[in-house]
Design a protein around this ligand. Structure first.
Ligand code: NAP
Length: 305
């Protein structure tokens, strides 16, 4: 039996792993893909302290991974398929077998939300994308649409201006949700055309995106934009499917914890984007990872007497 399993290798999981390994806890981290989480999808991170010139998402996560490993954190490539979560019995079922553990930190993060409109599912990977860093370079000198008005949508719209000849930013209200500095950069940008009070209705095309049908929510008028790419950035949903019914979640499926990152089951902690909270940043994910590791260590000390 393990003392501590961490599920998820984004900033929260890697920091929890760093703290636990440094405290010489018997710990292992499970990650189904490459460690790094959603930050890997970010081109430049400019608000993580310590990097005044910004740092690429890939480089930052590579540094976090190497730092955790330097203290002896084992990172195993495993896909979690299910959990048993009770105060006395915690099992993580994976594609490589079941593992029992005394304590567990859930840092499984979140995934981009889908629009749920006609054409979206059919055209994923054929013009519909949730990652500008991954797919932006395919749209050199073409026209693209970005859906959303938050930090992600605005940052990614600005990133896409490096390649696309024109970026339509389609937002359902008349005011952006994004932070002011990003608004200053995008409003009036020569390549960005913002369509206010507008929602996407249908993505057109069969084998590739040929356009997007949009509707003005104030006038009800619909029209078609002839774009070759549609980038969707309308927020995130938690990776908590496997935890439903086992832990207390909020009404959107994020895990509820106290300030010590304790969930409703003793010995189970949560950190990062999967937690119910208002701000989802690398900086607070890192702090929550450290807090969760510290709380798990104290929990293990108590049960070991
Ligand atoms: P978000 O802040 O939840 O914004 C989602 C945007 O999509 C909102 O503008 C929302 O409109 C719109 N939207 C939601 N559902 C929609 C739908 N069905 N159809 C059309 N539009 C829809 O998500 P986010 O931008 O991904 O950011 C998530 C978190 O990460 C935030 O806490 C953000 O601050 C943080 N983040 C920070 C940075 C940074 O600091 N550099 C970068 C990226 C993300 P409404 O405004 O009308 O609700």
């Amino acid at each position: 039996m393990r003392d501590l399993i961490i599920v998820g290798g984004g900033p929260a999981g890697l920091t929890a792993g760093l703290y636990a390994a440094r405290a010489r806890v018997d710990v292992v981290l499970f990650e189904r893909m490459a460690p790094g989480g959603q930050v890997l999808l970010t081109d430049i991170v400019e608000n993580y302290p310590g990097f005044p010139d910004g740092i690429s998402g890939f480089e930052l996560m590579d540094k976090m991974k190497r730092q955790a490993e330097s203290f002896g954190l084992p990172i195993e490539n495993r896909e979690v398929r299910g959990f048993t979560l009770s105060p006395d019995n915690k099992v993580v079922s994976t594609d490589k077998g079941d593992e029992q553990t005394k304590a567990l930190i859930l840092a499984c993060g979140a995934n981009p939300k889908k629009l749920g409109i006609e054409g979206e599912q059919l055209l994923i990977g054929k013009g519909v994308s949730y990652c500008a860093t991954c797919d932006g370079p395919f749209y050199r000198d073409q026209e693209v649409a970005v859906i959303g008005g938050g930090d992600t949508a605005v940052e990614e719209a600005l990133f896409l201006t490096r390649f696309a000849s024109k970026v339509y930013l389609i937002h359902r209200r008349d005011q952006l949700r994004a932070t002011k500095i990003l608004q200053e950069r995008v409003i009036g940008h020569e390549k960005v055309h913002i369509l206010w009070d507008t929602i996407p209705v249908k993505i057109l095309g069969q084998t590739g995106v040929e356009g997007i049908e949009i509707q003005n929510v104030k006038t009800g008028k619909t029209s078609v934009l002839r774009v070759q790419g549609v980038f969707v950035f309308i927020g995130f949903e938690p990776n908590s499917e496997l935890i439903k019914g086992l832990l207390e979640l909020d009404n959107r499926g994020f895990i509820i914890t106290n300030a010590e990152m304790e969930t409703s089951v003793p010995g189970v902690f949560a950190a990062g984007d999967i937690r119910s909270k208002n701000l989802r940043q690398i900086s607070n994910a890192v702090g929550e990872g450290a807090t969760a590791a510290f709380a798990a260590e104290r929990y293990l000390e108590n049960i070991h007497g």
